[in-house]
Write a protein that binds this ligand. Structure first.
Ligand SMILES: Nc1nc2c(c(=O)[nH]1)N[C@H]1C(S)=C(S)[C@@H](COP(=O)(O)O)O[C@H]1N2
Ligand SMILES: [Mo]
Length: 160
């Protein structure tokens, strides 16, 4: 369900059950308290990364969504203590319409395309987290026209 690879000591693929089995101190219950439109339970990014052990060469975290070919790459130091990986809603895998089965969440993001940790970096349908030396793939829009176009396409695919 979620593969973490790249500049890490150990590449690991986590299933839903394995994510649910993480200890309570790294589980973040009810992330909907940050934004009611984005409900669920998650794990701290830091807790996940402790398992794969990023190498000292890893400077960026690249979130990949194969489903719609979207990616965001953010400086590891800035996001490590902030990020949450949301994977569960009502005891079940996070549904597709909520961005599941795995969605990245920055609880207090900057407005779209104003910062590295912006709302656009809240990647949905994440199937791979890659640690990279330097910036990795990033398909986030960099101006308001591109951003509008992206959301128009998203709304269209939801109707389909
Ligand atoms: N996989 C994927 N994740 C994505 C996007 C996308 O198009 N595909 N859009 C991003 C953008 S630009 C924004 S502003 C937020 C919107 O999240 P929401 O749908 O929960 O409002 O998701 C981000 N995550
Ligand atoms: Mo966005």
């Amino acid at each position: 369900m979620l593969r973490i690879d790249g500049e890490v000591e150990e590449v690991i693929e986590f299933s839903f059950e394995e994510l649910a089995a993480f200890p309570a101190d790294v589980q973040v219950l009810d992330v909907g308290r940050f934004n009611p439109k984005r409900p669920g339970d998650g794990i701290t990014l830091d807790g996940l990364l402790d398992r794969v052990r990023p190498k000292s060469t890893a400077t960026y975290l690249t979130l990949h969504a194969t489903a719609d070919d979207f990616a965001a790459s953010i400086p590891l130091a800035a996001v490590r203590a902030e990020g949450i990986v949301v994977y569960r809603l009502n005891g079940q895998p996070l549904p597709l319409e909520k961005g599941g089965p795995v969605r990245f969440l920055i609880p207090d993001p900057a407005a779209c395309h104003t910062d590295e940790l912006d709302d656009c970096a809240n990647v949905k349908f994440v199937d791979r987290i890659e640690l990279t030396a330097g910036r990795g793939r990033d398909t986030r829009p960099d101006d308001e026209d591109e951003h509008e176009e992206l959301h128009r396409r998203e709304a269209e695919s939801q109707r389909a």
